[in-house]
Ligand binder design. Structure first.
Ligand code: GDP
Ligand code: MG
Length: 735
């Protein structure tokens, strides 16, 4: 009698693992998480009709290479826990990419059945798959299912359990990798089998394959097991690699990946996939594509579409943005009237209302922008943009799949680098992937957008849409140049080919557009209400404490007394009453206000944040940043929205003009220390300096080393500093 059977669910992220797991176990798991939020595995049990087993939901992965934690976790689980069988969940509408992982499970030899999921969605997109034919060609059971409705899952489980009982040994599939590598695989496998090298855990063919791929983790395990044999295997691998380099100019791991895709293609070509799309619609799509992706007209139309998007956004959002600015200054006024003087009032007005108001004020703009993007995405035009950009990307040593990562990060406007960095997982070549994930933070994400909008609105108000458009192009240009630089230096290597399938154009539904717009906008609002609020209060505290020492305050107090004493004695003593009085009284009031402003500014400079900002002026004069801007930029490392909230807070703390109900944009536009050149220099710095904290954490995780996170922070900041310095130094001499 054997122990209870364990079945592991494995597949690409978003293939529906969690949905299937929930359908099978009845557990309420979180569905639709970011790819890779959790790396731990979830467990549950399945019982139905006399069959029972334990189920494990493995993290979503694209391959079995050791590039990400998820991949390592999944791999180790299979080897150490030895599930009786795995259910490999495959997204039917994305078969080719999903089967790449299946192929590697087959090479490993673990007993497996394929769950062909989302056949409902595939059908809607006009894709039908002959699962019996696929099963016959691939040599594994294939069960069509709809995880979301539970259709087909009882059959799936019966098949999986039967399969586990028939196959209790791992049997690696023999895929051909070309003559040279096949011969090498044979030699290596023989050496491995004779030495009994790791064969308790891994099939010899798998170890041979991993050695050819130079899989760091497997090499490490091998070296620990038997150092001498491991070195002999590596020698052999080097020999083959040299031979390949000379004959075909390629490396073993690239060759292996190519042959895997070849294997999948050869299967799919044999009438496995049927396209049932309405021929009229396909025809229409093709006709449209002839124009929209035309070599010459395509890029031009793309630029016009972009410009149109910005025009649309700025034209229609101007009024609501102004309303919300009015609302927040009204709110500040109310708080000012009804609250007693003190730290709480200062925190509420300067920290919370001005800080968060600065960020939330841009909600209408963000919403219009997201609506435009949703329109492009839902019609299928965005896929065309990726297609056209692919040609350009190649020149810069990147891959077609990089385009999507760029767009997700805000390449058109208002994305986020965190999912962007994660999206690079679809890239097979580690070097192309690194170059992409290090440069996606250059895009204008949703958090930088309001900073740009603020400064563009204040200093380049004539042509806002045009400037946004130019800044978008600049972001791409710089990202591509930086990528090229990386690919020529630290990330030198071959590029891999790319095929992207263009889905047919669709008419978006208005409801769909609204939902997409709202999802993204809500994300922005939520962030402002939580993370940004916290940071905003923290920064307010840093800008308030320590307060001026008594001796300093006394100096200002004395000045005030002096002004009042010098004014004619018949004047009212308090500035409030002076309003009704004559010109002399108003002059006194103005003097008093000047003293108060000087005191507020001195206090701000004296605070922790002020000291940091002032200290940084020693280098920041080069790109033209004053100490207030420095505070905002340092705060911006926590999250880019904080740049606005911090500027808003520092200007409202450093100013005590009772008439000042100006929005931050107006305040900056009037401030004598700001001008267009400085604004431009700040914009450029904000666009390119260190990615925000969360993105850096994500880069560290995806790149597998904190060194890349550090690299990204220093490289980007230096890059931005140089660029801004250039702009400021040249600009301020010219204008
Ligand atoms: P995981 O990342 O592999 O765990 O994928 P999830 O279980 O989170 O599913 C990703 C998305 O696909 C969710 O929005 C699901 O609702 C959806 N989904 C899962 N299974 C099906 C299915 O059979 N049909 C359709 N149409 N959608 C599905
Ligand atoms: Mg999941």
């Amino acid at each position: 009698m054997r122990n209870e059977l364990t079945i592991a669910l494995a597949g690409n992220p978003n293939s529906g693992k969690t949905t299937l797991f929930n359908a099978l176990t009845g557990a309420r798991q979180h569905v639709g998480n970011y790819p890779g939020v959790t790396v731990d595995t979830k467990e549950g049990s399945y019982t139905k009709g006399g069959l029972s087993c334990r189920l494990v939901d493995l993290p979503g992965i694209y391959s079995l290479s050791p590039y990400s934690e998820e991949e390592v976790v999944a791999r180790d689980y299979l080897v150490n826990q030895r599930p009786g069988v795995i259910i490999n969940i495959v997204d039917a509408s994305n078969l080719e990419r999903n089967l790449y992982l299946s192929c590697q499970f087959m090479e490993m030899g673990v007993p497996m059945v394929i769950a062909l999921n989302m056949v409902d969605a595939a059908k809607k997109r006009g894709i039908e798959i002959d699962h019996e034919r696929l099963s016959a060609l691939i040599g594994l059971p294939v069960c069509p299912v709809v995880a979301r409705s539970g259709q087909g899952i009882t059959e799936l489980m019966a098949t999986a359990i039967a399969h586990a009982q028939e196959h209790d040994k791992w049997q690696p599939a023999h895929i051909s990798y070309g003559d040279d590598l096949d011969a090498a695989m044979l030699d290596l496998s023989t050496m491995i089998e004779e030495g009994g090298f790791l064969t308790r855990d891994y099939p010899a063919r798998w170890t041979a394959l991993k050695y050819l791929e130079k899989d760091d983790r497997h090499l490490e395990i091998g070296a620990k097991e038997d150092h001498a044999l491991s070195s002999r295997l590596l020698e052999k691998v080097e020999q083959v690699a040299r031979h390949l380099e000379q004959t075909v100019g390629s490396e073993p791991d690239a060759m292996i990946a190519d042959h895997r895709y070849g294997f999948i293609k050869s299967i799919l070509k044999q009438n496995v996939v049927h396209r049932t799309m309405d021929p009229d619609r396909l025809y229409m799509s093709d006709r449209l594509d002839n124009v929209l992706t035309n070599r010459f007209a395509g890029p031009l139309i793309m630029l016009l579409v972009l410009l149109g998007l910005y025009n649309f956004t700025f034209t229609y959002s101007a009024l609501p943005v102004a309303w919300s600015a009015t609302f927040f200054s009204w709110l500040g006024g109310v708080a000012d009237t009804f609250l007693a003087e003190g730290y709480f009032k200062s925190m509420l007005i300067a920290g919370v209302i001005d800080g968060i108001g600065g960020v939330l004020g841009f909600v209408p703009l963000i919403m219009f922008m997201f609506f435009g993007i949703a329109l492009l995405e839902d019609t299928g035009y965005l896929a065309r943009v990726a297609f056209m950009m692919d040609r350009v990307f190649r020149i810069f040593g990147l891959h077609g799949s990089s385009v999507m990562a760029y767009i997700i990060s805000g390449g058109i406007a208002g994305g986020c680098a965190v999912p962007g960095v994660m999206a690079t997982r679809t890239l097979r070549s580690p070097k192309e992937r690194m170059a992409t994930l290090l440069t996606v933070p250059f895009m204008n994400c949703g958090a930088k957008l309001p900073v740009l909008a603020l400064l563009v609105g204040a200093f380049f108000s004539e042509n806002q849409a045009m400037y946004m458009f130019l800044f978008t192009l600049l972001a791409w240009l710089m990202a591509l140049l930086a990528a090229k630089l990386l690919r020529l230096t630290v990330l030198r290597g071959e590029s891999t080919p790319f095929v992207l399938e263009l889905p047919p154009y669709r008419f978006p539904t208005f409801k769909g557009l609204l939902i997409h717009t709202w999802e993204k906008t809500w994300h922005y609002i939520k962030k402002a209400g939580t993370v940004i609020l916290g940071i905003s209060i923290l920064l307010w505290a840093m800008m308030t404490f320590p307060g001026l020492p008594d001796s300093e305050r006394q100096v200002f107090e004395n000045q005030r007394q002096e002004i009042i004493r010098q004014a004619s004695p018949q004047l009212p003593a308090s500035p409030e009453d002076a309003g009704q009085a004559g010109p002399e009284a108003r002059a006194m009031q103005k003097d008093l206000l000047e003293v108060a402003n000087a005191e507020a500014e001195k206090a701000l400079r004296y605070s922790v944040a002020g000291r940091i900002g002032t200290a940084l002026e020693k280098i920041s004069w080069l790109p033209g940043f004053d100490w207030r801007t420095n505070i905002a930029l340092v705060g911006g490392f926590a999250a880019k929205e904080v740049i606005i909230s911090t500027l808003a807070t520092s200007y409202s703390l450093g100013e005590v003009d009772p008439e000042a109900s100006d929005s931050l944009g107006e305040t900056l536009a009037k401030d004598r220390s700001w001008d267009a050149v400085k604004a431009l220099s700040v914009i450029i710095f904000v666009m390119f300096y260190a990615p925000c904290f969360v993105t850096v954490a994500c880069i560290v995780k995806e790149a597998g080393s904190w060194k890349w996170g550090l690299f990204s922070m220093t490289f980007n900041t230096l890059f931005a500093f140089l660029l801004s310095t250039m702009v400021y130094q040249v600009g301020s001499r010219l204008f």
